[in-house]
Design a protein around this ligand. Structure first.
Ligand SMILES: Cc1ncc(COP(=O)(O)O)c(C=O)c1O
Length: 366
């Protein structure tokens, strides 16, 4: 693991140094506007009294916590505001490993790489469960490997990198498997607002002592730099998670929480609907181009990534660099996401130039 320089930083730097125009489809940083109320919240906070600039409550700004708890219909005590979904997920994994008997973490393959890195950091053993061709997860394959050695099942839906959306029954079954094996199912829902299938269902509703949900405003409000996320945890994890959060971060930045609360209160549903429509149109154009280029790909049902495979062009780091130099398109090598899609490349549709990237790929592979 190279925490100082994750692969995507390396590739973005490589693309920046290229002597040609490169369309960056490496990172998952949204390129669209955050909600207007979020920008207003940041501006308003600038003039807040001195007291507002001091330590916020460690578990989160009171109003923000209440808004989020209401939105998810959970008691406010169960919700901890964190430094992005990343911290929420780390807390759930670390505390889940401590609280449950085994030391195994079950992950999907392909996988969001930070889960695997976190498991390594936490000295856990990882078991990968491959997903189907279309990115869907068959919970029976998780049940087959789960045992009393299992401490965690970590999965995200809508999924990065496959774009699959696991429906309610899949998530319910993951929760059941966790319950049957004294494990914790950590459901990462940061792409909740980007469901094009209508199948998204939050695991919060299961109200199970074996389920933790992690989420954030990073993607939903196009603000990965704001660092406002949250964990909804079962009772037994609350104290340990609060302690870890307190000792690592003390609290989450006050201006970010203020702006997030204002945006949650004031942003109309149309903001999310318009973003979804814009992304669906990008996905459509990009997938048409992949068809024209003769590529194999998974059409995303959620999130904003497309995994694709070009014949005779495996998605290695060397080929990702070649694509930058020769086609002017930067994507992530499949090998970053486990072993199952090593031959593939992941393209993040977070650029207004997704259409141009599609044309470049069509021309390059023609
Ligand atoms: C699946 C998944 N979970 C969590 C995160 C981290 O989100 P945050 O910015 O809220 O820490 C990302 C970011 O790309 C992600 O793809």
């Amino acid at each position: 693991m190279d925490d100082d320089r994750p692969l995507f930083f390396h590739l973005m730097a490589y693309a920046d140094d290229a002597d040609r125009d490169v369309i960056d489809m490496v990172s998952g940083d949204p390129d669209w506007e955050p909600p207007a109320a979020l920008r207003e919240g940041i501006r308003e906070f600038a003039d807040a009294p001195v007291a507002a600039y001091q330590y916020p409550p460690s578990a989160g700004d009171t109003e923000l916590r209440e808004l989020l708890a209401d939105r998810h219909e959970v008691p406010v005590e169960r919700l901890l505001v964190t430094n992005g979904g990343g911290e929420a997920n780390h807390l759930a994994m670390a505390c889940g490993l401590d609280a449950h008997s085994g030391n195994e973490v079950i992950l999907t393959d392909p996988v969001y790489p930070y889960y695997a890195d976190r498991a390594e950091l936490l000295d856990a053993d990882v078991t990968y469960v491959p997903v189907a061709e279309d990115g869907t997860l068959d919970p029976a394959s998780v049940r087959r490997v789960a045992s009393d050695e299992t401490a965690l099942i970590v999965a995200c839906s809508p999924n990065n990198p496959t774009g699959a959306v696991y429906g309610e029954s899949v998530k319910r079954e993951l929760a059941d498997i966790a319950e049957a094996n004294d494990a914790l199912y950590v459901s990462d829902e940061v792409y909740e607002e980007f469901d094009f299938s209508g199948r998204f269902h939050s695991a919060v509703g299961f109200d199970s002592p074996n389920v933790a949900v992690t989420n954030s405003v990073s993607k939903a409000m196009a603000t990965t730099g704001l660092r406002v996320g949250y964990a909804i945890l079962p009772d037994r994890l609350l104290d340990p998670a609060r302690t870890r959060h307190m000792l690592t971060n003390v609290a989450v930045t006050a201006p970010g929480q203020y702006a997030a609360a204002k945006a949650l209160r004031e942003t109309p549903d149309s903001y999310y609907a318009e973003t979804r429509a814009m992304l669906e149109s990008r996905i459509e154009t990009f997938c048409d181009a992949l068809d024209a280029a003769g590529a194999e790909y998974i059409r995303p049902r959620g999130a904003f990534y497309v995994l694709a495979r070009f014949d005779g062009f495996p998605g290695t780091l060397a080929n990702a660099k070649r694509l930058i130099d020769e086609a002017g398109v930067a994507g992530m090598p499949g090998e970053a996401f486990g072993t199952a899609r090593e031959e593939w490349l992941r393209f993040a549709l977070v650029t207004p130039r997704a259409d141009a990237a599609a044309d470049r790929l069509t021309d390059y592979f023609a």
